[in-house]
Design a protein around this ligand. Structure first.
Ligand code: UT7
Length: 333
């Protein structure tokens, strides 16, 4: 069996900064509420009319990751693209990346696991590499949320939280069993699917039905925020412990926890639960909001760039979100 290690990282966010005060001009909200409840100060939203999309942002992040990995794009064996905001209903963004980057005609897989998307994508990539099937896999998390949010007061409980952006990693085969991804842990609980959802258009509820009923707003995200929050803090803690115990480790072994950036209060709860210092948890929700499948990979890229993730460190990635789905990845860097 081989090990997978992250050999290159990259991220891209749109230039357009939207502050909490900017949002208060669109809806009945305010900077104090948003910062107090979520920790968010600003987020990036693709400017209206810009040609940027989930796929194009993913391609920009991927180019950087490929360069940092020091490989030629023709050495990529497989593409995995995690997003809940694909450019098209089908096909997925993975094939667009194959085309945009001019990659060989390698396989391209889209992962639809929302906030856990990047953790799921990394886990799938890890299995392909461990077994020796592939040598280099491009894993992308990217979201274009702003185009699909209800930016009126009606949608304020959801729309102030989400931001746009992308991150990418190259996962590479290694012979060193001590370093790289040690394990991944994935879970789901579909009975809560409707607690955080965009229900349509779906084949079960197609466009004419929506157009015929002006009260039908099922194309906007719905979130039972308090319920999601309560489940998140429990599942984050469980799945981090599961990952540590699988490897005979304990919370004191963690050098850096990179949680999905759902809400600063969730990250702080987990930090306290595991008695981690501020410098052992990386958060950037303050400037990007919740970028769903992109959040962990953007945070990991930034933490790495800042020298907060270094060789030999024990890195824990953890996510929870719509589905419900949740998961963790334990990495010896
Ligand atoms: O990433 C995927 C997973 N997602 C999460 O983990 C998100 C989990 N949930 C949360 O982060 C929080 O539940 C929210 C930030 C979404 C909401 O915070 P909350 O403390 O649970 O607030 P709430 O929904 O209970 O709303 C409290 C009040 C309500 O007013 P009333 O009924 O008390 O008068 C809301 O109408 O705050 C009101 N409110 C707002 N006020 C100003 C809701 N959104 C806003 C807003 N600005 N944007």
């Amino acid at each position: 069996m081989y090990t997978s290690r992250i050999s290159g990282l990259g991220h891209f966010v749109p230039d357009n900064i939207v502050t909490n005060d900017d949002l208060s001009k669109l809806m009945d909200t305010n900077d104090e509420w948003i910062q107090e409840r979520t920790g968010i100060k600003e987020r990036r939203w693709i400017e209206q009319g810009s040609p940027e999309t989930s796929a194009s942002m993913g391609a920009k992040a991927a180019k950087i990751a490929i360069e940092k990995a020091g490989i030629d794009k023709n050495e990529i064996d497989f593409i995995i693209f995690a997003t809940l905001s694909p450019d098209m209903y089908f096909p997925g963004c993975g094939v667009q990346i194959q085309d945009m980057l001019g990659l060989p005609t390698v396989g391209a897989l889209d992962v639809r696991n929302q906030c856990s998307g990047f953790v799921y994508a990394l886990s799938v990539a890890d299995q392909f590499i461990k077994t020796g099937m592939y040598q280099n896999i491009l894993v992308i998390g990217s979201e274009f949320h702003s185009g699909g949010l209800d930016v009126t007061t009606r949608g304020r409980g959801v729309s102030v939280i989400f931001g746009d952006g992308a991150g990418a990693a190259i996962l590479t085969r290694s012979d060193d069993p001590e370093r790289g991804i040690l394990s991944t842990h994935l879970h789901s609980e579909g009975k809560h699917a409707r607690e955080l959802t965009v229900e349509s258009p779906s084949i079960a509820h197609w466009v004419p039905e929506i157009l015929n009923n002006p009260d039908d707003l099922s194309y906007y995200p719905y979130m039972n925020g308090t319920f999601v929050f309560k489940n998140a803090v429990v599942r984050f803690s469980e799945v981090i412990m599961e990952g540590l115990q699988t490897n005979g480790l304990s919370p004191t072994d963690i050098d850096m926890l990179i949680p999905h950036q759902a809400n600063l209060r969730i990250s702080q709860f987990v930090q306290k639960k595991f008695s981690l210092r501020d410098d052992q948890v990386y958060n950037n929700i303050q400037k990007y909001g919740n970028t769903t499948a992109a959040s962990i990979i953007i945070a990991l890229t930034e933490a790495h760039e800042k020298g907060k993730v270094t060789n030999g460190d024990l890195i824990v990635l953890a996510a929870f979100g719509s589905g419900f789905t949740w998961g963790s990845v334990i990495i010896r860097w």
